[in-house]
Design a protein around this ligand. Structure first.
Ligand SMILES: [Zn+2]
Ligand SMILES: [Zn+2]
Length: 409
């Protein structure tokens, strides 16, 4: 009989390779139900260790490490990683710009994989059970408590104090809980999302964190039919935000960013106008006004990550318009704003957009399955990298050589 991995019920420290007969002796109930272990003779990589690319500390080189395969308690699963993303946030993590990160960590918060092993029953939001081999993604936010003021009263689970995020606020000490690894542990309670037929996981990861984040940003902006929109930034979030704004019926959709190659790409994704950062801000603002009868846009979505984008956004929005700040997930410093002329007198609404909840993941997959199908999302992925090359991928994203790098272990 082929060797299989069984996770002992006695604890996380004793994963090992055993035969099926040994598994039956070690955990007879689980063996009978078939729930505790998984046999896949074709998978030569299924071992008792998870290989992971680890960010040991800010600025330190990425290291390849083996960490123990966790004990799968009921309601948990292991994904065999197909793709994980290298996001701009990972660059910021590498620069130590986010508080409360328990280095060493396995980065990779938005990932795709197939269920390689599971224990007990897991169901999707429609009540359909998951099975081994299902291709899924998952909400990277975990352990939102459902009991606190933010969860129950203000209903903004992304602000729950108990919230943990895969690849960001879980450390290596917590287990294989990041996507830059050959397997990812789905702890009980993780919200899995199966890809419907016709949705290519490669397309989803090409949109990735930027797609999910911009679903939230466009929702916060209340972008709708006939609204004019400016997107600041032509990175993954800006590109996806422009695509979604156009799909939502906005016009014009003006993207301000750099370099020119990204502006060319975002034009194929639905942006109606691109303005280069090489053009001085005053001139860019004049171009935006010229496109909106001298008024400025209804909605600005900030996806630039540079604090200076905020006062610029306030100059581009029309009186009584809305600015959504989606690009400042990490602290890039302060900036000065004139509260009188740029906010109060303009009667402007400024909204933050922090993290994402399950609805944004769900809708991201739905959009890719239908109205977004014809857009060239895959064009955002310049290169795929193995785990061994994760450091290279991170450096390429940092240098902005690539729009997006994907880890394919
Ligand atoms: Zn809570
Ligand atoms: Zn991200």
């Amino acid at each position: 009989m082929a060797a299989s991995t069984v996770s002992s019920r006695r604890g996380a420290d004793s994963p090992r390779l055993v035969s099926g007969i040994e598994a039956a002796v070690a955990a007879p109930d689980a063996y009978l139900s078939g729930a505790a272990f998984h046999i896949d003779p074709t998978d030569t990589r299924l071992t008792d260790k998870v290989r992971a690319a680890v960010m040991t500390a800010p600025r330190a080189p990425i290291e390849l490490r083996e960490i123990p395969w966790p004990a799968l308690e009921p309601g948990s699963a292991m994904l065999r990683t197909r793709f994980s993303e290298v996001c701009g946030t990972d660059v910021h993590l590498h620069h130590g710009k986010l508080a409360g990160v328990p280095y060493p960590i396995i980065p990779g918060h938005v990932s795709v994989g197939e269920i390689a092993a599971m224990r007990g029953e897991l169901r999707d939001v429609h009540g359909v059970p998951f099975k081994e081999g299902d291709m899924v993604t998952f909400l990277d936010e975990h352990e939102t408590c459902g009991k606190c003021y933010e969860c129950l009263v203000t209903k903004q689970t992304t602000r729950c104090a108990k919230r943990k995020v895969y690849g960001i606020t879980y450390g290596v000490a917590d287990g294989p809980l990041g996507g830059w690894a050959d397997h990812i542990w789905m702890k009980p309670g993780v919200k899995l999302l199966r890809f419907p037929k016709g949705v290519d996981p490669a397309l989803f990861i090409a949109g990735g964190c930027g797609l999910v984040t911009s679903i939230h940003a466009v929702e916060r902006g209340e972008v709708s039919l006939g609204k004019s929109v400016a997107v600041l930034g032509a990175g993954p979030v800006g590109i996806a935000a422009a695509a979604l704004a156009r799909l939502a019926g906005a016009h014009p959709v003006i993207v301000i960013g750099a370099p020119q190659g990204r502006l060319d790409f975002v034009a194929t994704m639905g942006a109606t106008h691109g303005i280069s950062l090489d053009v001085p801000h005053e001139e860019r603002a004049a171009q935006v006004r010229a496109l909106t009868n001298g008024r400025g846009v209804d909605v600005v979505i900030e996806a630039a990550g540079d604090p200076r984008a905020l006062p610029q956004a306030l100059d581009l929005v029309r009186d009584g318009g809305r600015v959504v700040i989606a690009g400042q997930y990490t602290d890039s410093g302060d900036v000065s704003v004139n509260p009188h002329s740029q906010v109060n007198r303009k009667h402007v609404e400024i909204r933050g957009c922090w993290g994402c909840d399950f609805s944004h993941f769900y809708r991201a997959v739905a959009v890719l399955g239908e109205q977004g199908k014809s857009l060239p999302w895959a064009g955002a992925v310049s290169e795929r990298y193995t785990l061994e090359r994760a450091g290279e991928a991170l450096a390429a994203v940092e240098r902005r050589d690539v729009i997006k790098a994907v880890i394919a272990p």
